[in-house]
Design a binder for this molecule. Structure first.
Ligand SMILES: Nc1nc2c(ncn2[C@@H]2O[C@H](COP(=O)(O)OP(=O)(O)O)[C@@H](O)[C@H]2O)c(=O)[nH]1
Ligand SMILES: [Mg+2]
Length: 542
């Protein structure tokens, strides 16, 4: 089945499910979100590499289209999403609003980065038509050194499902790309490394560079974690890149299906629970129902208290993780003193390097320490809710655990780039000033003859005694704030999801009582209808 058919299929199932939600007056939020996400789905694939490494030229060659401006200065590059649509149209995000744009304006690099943060081009060109579920993104250079660009890259870093990395075959892997690779190592997604501009070098030089980059990639991201190929935009030699994108298109199917069927099944289980409660409690007397309702309310109150207690444990656990993360950042920065010093001595701003070291440390801490603790919290809470709220034995084939797990994975995945982006931003100001200060001290000493050893020593001291401690403490402060804000968001979501479940049971009981009071003689036909709806809904399951 093609992905379009799958989308249509999921959409019609979800629409059907929605009509049942409406029929029984259940909240429509989740199901509406599910439906919207189905039509918008795309595998976002950014093209990432150093400034002038040939990203835009590669995209143009792959599309056989003169779309992206080439040879532009790093600070004018704007992230541009390119995707297939039968109806061509472009948009730009300017001062928070989406405005119409023209292909010509993109090509002529008419927008200013200062006010336009993102461009989207929906195009009808033959190759894009072959990869309708993939969104290519032309990114600013990794080493543009512009803080806002770092943030743009962060936004795509963990949200992307595939990556193309361009490496100039005349340059090889640069420091900024290596730093990025270390971040990528922690994710597992398809990666294609492209050695660009091969027409500029002899075949043997290209071969040697290919081996070198391949070995380094294996070292930084791991064997088997990437594909590598060569390309020349000038000679239109980009077949391997097209092949990679076509492979992504083929996988898009299963990526999409996984994500959507999980959500659809969890929406089904909500209404399933509601209808099952009504059907199974049908032979209860009105008094029995009232009693069950009372019990349920009491159990919900008790559960709230227990969840609050678990929240406290979680925040003290997270505090410990933050302390550990601070140690990690310090260690990483200290371990890189020599390379920060060499940046300073060469009068280069070490901010990109520092930023990336901090990001890697934080990402590692989120993945290896914070996530497992949140996981434990989620498990404990879902256990509590399972035991405490068990009303009737045939209700506890409860899919809540699976749902809680998905919810957690989903939340962490969404929140991580936000946390990382927040950190890059927070230490741009004061740390930027600190680094600039150190730079000027160093260059002053450095340019006095015979004082180069002094300069090195001074630089080392400044890095150890000023930059490392200040960067770590500031990064940690913003990490702490950021994690607190996002964590409460995640926890609230969990809370909501558990409460929703219980509310569903409450509502079922309530509606049931109303139904009893209304007309006992209508019972049989109502029951038949409920049972029919239930079996219809169960047939929607994947
Ligand atoms: N000879 C040759 N030059 C290329 C090729 N690809 C890009 N370039 C040149 O490299 C420079 C930077 O390319 P561009 O696509 O703007 O790089 P970006 O900054 O990574 O988007 C431009 O002068 C391009 O003409 C190629 O395949 N062969
Ligand atoms: Mg470019």
């Amino acid at each position: 089945m093609s992905i379009e058919n799958k989308k249509a299929n999921f959409k019609s199932k979800s629409e059907k499910l929605k009509s049942y939600y409406e029929k029984y007056s259940l909240g429509l939020n989740d199901i509406q979100q599910l439906i919207a996400g189905i039509s918008d789905f795309s595998v976002v694939t950014p093209v990432i590499g150093g400034f002038s490494s040939g990203k835009s030229s590669l995209i143009n060659a792959v599309l056989s289209l003169n779309l992206m401006p080439v040879e532009i200065t790093p600070e004018t590059a704007i992230p541009t999403e390119i995707r297939y649509s039968p109806n061509e149209q472009c948009q730009r995000l300017t001062e928070g609003k989406w405005l119409a744009a023209q292909v010509k304006e993109i090509r002529e690099n008419k927008f200013l980065y200062s006010d336009t943060k993102l461009v989207k081009a929906f195009l009808n060109v033959p190759f894009l038509k072959e990869i309708p579920s993939v969104t290519l993104v032309d990114m600013p250079g990794l080493d543009s050194g512009i803080e806002a660009h770092n943030r743009a890259i962060d936004d795509y870093l963990l949200n992307s499902l595939a990556y193309i990395i361009t490496v100039d075959s005349e340059q090889g892997l640069t420091e900024s790309v290596i730093l990025f690779l270390k971040e990528l190592k922690l994710l597992s997604v398809p990666i294609l490394v492209v050695l660009t501009k091969t027409d500029k070098r002899s075949k043997s030089d290209v071969d040697a560079m290919f081996e070198d980059v391949k070995n380094k990639m294996e070292q930084y991201t791991g064997v088997g974690k990437f594909q590598i190929t060569t390309a020349s935009a000038r000679k239109q030699d980009v077949e391997q890149v097209r092949k990679f994108l076509t492979e992504i298109q083929n996988q898009a199917d299963s990526i999409f299906e996984n994500a959507v069927s999980q959500k659809l099944n969890s929406a089904i289980s909500v209404i399933e629970k509601y209808l099952t409660t009504r059907v199974n409690k049908d032979d209860f007397t009105i008094e029995e129902i009232a009693e069950k309702e009372k019990l349920l309310k009491k159990q919900i109150e008790e559960l709230e208290i227990k969840i609050d207690k678990e929240k406290e444990t979680l925040s003290s656990d997270i505090e410990k993780c933050i302390t550990l993360a601070e140690g990690k950042i310090k260690m990483r920065l200290e371990g890189s003193t020599a390379s920060i010093v060499s940046d300073l001595l060469a009068n280069r701003d070490p901010k990109t390097q520092i930023n990336s070291l901090v990001r890697v440390s934080i990402l590692e801490s989120i993945q290896t320490e914070i996530t497992p603790r949140i996981q434990r919290f989620f498990n404990t809470v879902s256990d509590l809710s399972g035991i405490e709220l068990e009303i009737n034995s045939h209700l506890d084939s409860d899919p809540i655990k699976g749902k809680v797990n998905d919810l957690m994975k989903d939340s962490i995945k969404k929140v991580t780039p936000l946390i990382l982006a927040g950190i890059g931003f927070a230490f741009a100001g004061p740390i930027g000033a600190l680094v600039a200060g150190v730079l000027s001290v160093i260059t002053d000493i450095f340019f006095e003859k015979k004082k180069q050893d002094d300069a090195r020593r001074t630089a080392e001291e400044k890095v150890r005694n000023e930059i490392v401690p200040q960067v770590s403490s500031q990064a940690i402060a913003s990490f702490r704030t950021s994690i607190a804000a996002h964590l409460s968001e995640i926890v609230d979501k969990l809370h909501e999801s558990i409460t929703k479940d219980k509310e569903m049971k409450e509502k079922a009981l309530d509606d049931l009582r109303a139904q009893k009071n209304k007309a006992i003689e209508e019972q049989n036909s109502v029951l038949a209808e409920l049972q029919e709806d239930l079996s219809q809904i169960q047939e929607l399951k994947n």
